[in-house]
Design a protein around this ligand. Structure first.
Ligand code: PEP
Length: 254
């Protein structure tokens, strides 16, 4: 039985003071939420120390939204894995479609980042997903297989168990259009079958695969109720503590 994991990706929203307001409001709701779920908040870099400080006694963990594959040196604007560890970050989102499409991150670069994260014992939330054109052009499986195979090159069985995969169809991110539960389940089943090609089945069965793309309180139950969907990566609906809490309450059945 895989424990669900629900993560909030705030993108370029919430400086330290908005982060504090959210966490205070969210923590006051935690007692009423299901317990059998891992919860993660991913604020912008500048708000990470505030988030980890406020959550130091909480079960809620903190993720960065990106990180450098480098340790240090002349890489203006970058943040290293060691720096994230220093401020008690536990997870790091890597390969998000916005990083791939807007900042040109390649499968190779994402692989280097995933390796670096594991080297420093940060848990990657590794995002994959197809564009609408790729889906309509019949390339869904080819794209997912390529992203997974290249992104996970050199990642050991032990490390994959500490990796969360986030399947996020690009056409569903921030658009209000959600994959149907059947479309999402089919893609997740395919992702798990690729993991089974790469690792022992006893390992691939344990890897958690989140769905991301316009998950909201109203559709969380149906999506997270699918056999191979082990949680959600949530953008828009995670920006208000009330809506994120409602989504968790609806999505996790205990
Ligand atoms: C995301 O950014 O990972 C995401 C899924 O966003 P949204 O929930 O807004 O579609």
């Amino acid at each position: 039985m895989r424990k669900p994991i629900i993560a909030a990706n705030w993108k370029l929203n919430k400086g330290p003071s908005d982060t504090e307001d959210f966490i205070k409001s969210f923590e006051s709701r935690l007692n009423d939420l299901p317990k059998g779920v891992d919860l993660v908040l991913a604020p912008p870099f500048i708000s990470l120390p505030k988030a980890t400080e406020l959550l130091s006694q909480s079960k809620v963990r903190v993720a960065a939204q990106n990180m450098s594959e480098q340790d240090n040196g002349a890489f203006t604007g970058e943040v290293s894995a060691l720096m994230l560890k220093e401020v008690f970050v536990s997870y790091v989102i890597l390969g998000h479609s916005e990083r791939r499409s807007i900042y040109g991150e390649s499968d190779e670069l994402i692989n280097a980042k995933i390796r670096k994260a594991h080297e420093l014992e940060l848990k990657p939330i590794f995002c994959i997903g197809e564009t609408l054109g790729e889906r309509e052009g019949g390339q869904l499986e080819e794209v997912l297989r390529r992203q997974l195979t290249k992104g996970l090159e050199g990642i050991t069985e032990k490390q994959i168990l500490d990796t969360v995969i986030a399947y996020e169809p690009v056409w569903a991110i921030g658009t209000g259009v959600t994959a149907t539960p059947e479309q999402a389940q089919d893609a997740h089943e395919f992702v798990r079958s690729v993991l089974t090609d790469l690792y022992e089945v006893s390992v691939s069965e344990k890897v958690r695969i989140q769905y991301g793309g316009s998950v909201k309180p109203a559709n969380a139950a149906e999506l997270l109720g699918q056999k191979d969907i082990d949680g959600a990566l949530v953008g828009g609906a995670s920006l208000e503590a009330s809506s994120f809490a409602e989504l968790i309450a609806n999505g996790v059945v205990e």
